[in-house]
Ligand binder design. Structure first.
Ligand code: HEM
Length: 395
């Protein structure tokens, strides 16, 4: 006997839902293992077990199409939009460039940049700052393009570019139009030029894509797309995860003190932040055959959303999921995705976060919440756009 897939008319991506994304995503997860969103005509899975299994089974949950797929969008159509074997070949190029051996050399400037960011905010001692605009974004928006070897000019377009790319992952709603209206021509022009081979630092990570193209692993056009994908995939995800960690430090001051006592927990804090409030609400896939989940059949050709954030707070998997706990075993969480498409940049993100969090705990005694955080008004991305906090300098 098969069950009907329950239908909800909830709009996952209205302004109100984006403001309350945690509550909305968790409610969908609890409604049923498989839920159809009437407005979007897609199905979503929110329970950890099914999300992880779906991400693992790439033959059934293919990346070749997905909800709201527009091949002509600004989102680079490569890698995240491929299945093996093509995906495997392209991913190998990135995996080489983003290997620990390469990154450990290129990441040397992270610590000094982290100190510089902390120097600037510490001078406010007690004054209110926006942890996104004053801590996490300036750090990531400096070290990432430096590492890629992008030119200095035009970097102020990074935020608008990130906003546009994230918007293309969701429905073409009001938030999408807002992101696209954001003076898009100069932004596209900048992205096109700054990722061009002739403008890249020969010693940077971006150039490694073109060197792989010279070897014949990918085409020159694909190399440029990969530099663009690195720029879009690496920036706001990392900014949001660090910002969310700082929000957690305000809400769970005992966990911040624990980190201060043992800074080797910096990575654990970053992973727990990813689990606690994942910066990517969902990933899209399309089913290649009928799939049965707890008695409900998702027909072949259905566009699906796998809800990372909901799965990472599924109480069936995570005890006391709303608590931010540095002692938690977070292994296997889906904040990095899972399976063949799992994040290829996680080592880099971890190095950035560790450098910044270590500088923070050494010099900041505690964070106190300021006013209410304001969410990033986008659809699939999730995290604060404004996080007012006060910091108290360590003695
Ligand atoms: C905390 C920061 C980050 C988070 C939370 C994150 C999250 C994710 C997630 C959830 C996926 C899987 C998407 C899917 O299955 O559809 C993914 C894939 C990817 N990420 Fe990240 N990411 C982060 C940082 C980075 C960085 C620093 C880079 C590059 C340097 C990067 C590059 C990529 C790429 C290229 C893919 C596609 C992999 C593939 O399709 O095989 N990410 N990331």
């Amino acid at each position: 006997m098969t069950c009907e897939i329950p239908v909800t008319d909830v709009d996952l991506f209205s302004r109100e839902s984006v403001r309350n994304a945690r509550m909305i995503d968790d409610a969908i997860r609890e409604l049923a293992p498989v839920v159809r969103l009437a407005r979007e005509d897609i199905v979503v899975l929110g329970r950890f077990e099914h999300v992880q299994a779906g991400l693992t089974d790439w033959r059934t949950f293919s990346s070749r199409s997905r909800p709201w797929h527009d091949p002509k969008s600004v989102r680079p159509e490569i890698l995240l939009t491929d299945d093996p074997p093509r995906h495997t070949e392209v991913r190998a190029v990135l995996a080489d460039a983003l290997s620990p051996a390469v990154l450990l050399k290129l990441a040397a400037p992270f610590a000094a940049e982290a100190e510089a960011v902390v120097d600037r905010v510490i001078a406010t001692n007690g004054g209110e700052i926006n942890a996104v605009a004053d801590i996490s974004r300036p750090f990531v928006y400096k070290v990432l393009p430096d590492l890629l070897g992008l030119p200095q000019w035009g970097r102020h377009h990074m935020e608008a570019f990130g906003h546009m790319v994230w918007a293309t992952m969701g429905p073409p709603n009001e938030l999408f139009l807002e992101a696209m209206r954001n003076n898009s021509e100069p932004v596209f022009k900048w992205v096109d030029e700054c990722c061009d081979r002739k403008n890249l630092d020969p010693a940077g990570l971006g150039m490694m894509m073109f060197v792989a193209a010279d070897r014949g692993s990918i085409t020159q056009d694909e190399a440029k797309l990969l530099v663009q994908i690195l720029l879009s995939a690496a920036a706001d995800t990392t900014v949001m995860t660090i910002s969310t960690a700082i929000r957690a430090f305000c809400e769970f001051p005992d966990q911040y003190q624990r980190l201060r006592r043992d800074p080797s927990l910096a990575r654990a804090a970053f992973e727990e932040s990813l689990r606690w409030d994942s910066p990517s609400r969902l990933a899209g896939r399309i089913t290649t055959k009928d799939v049965e989940i707890e008695g409900c059949v998702i027909p072949a050709g259905t566009r699906c959303g796998l809800l990372f954030a909901a799965a990472n707070r599924d109480p069936r998997k995570w005890p006391n999921p709303d608590a931010f706990d540095l002692g938690r075993e977070t292994r296997g969480h889906v904040g990095w995705g899972f399976g063949v498409h799992s994040c290829v940049g996680r080592v880099l993100a971890g190095l950035e976060a560790e450098a910044l969090l270590r500088a923070i705990v050494r010099r900041i005694d505690r964070f106190e919440a300021g006013g209410d955080p304001e969410p990033w008004m986008t659809t699939i991305g999730h995290g604060p756009a404004r996080l007012p906090v006060r910091i108290r300098r360590a003695a």
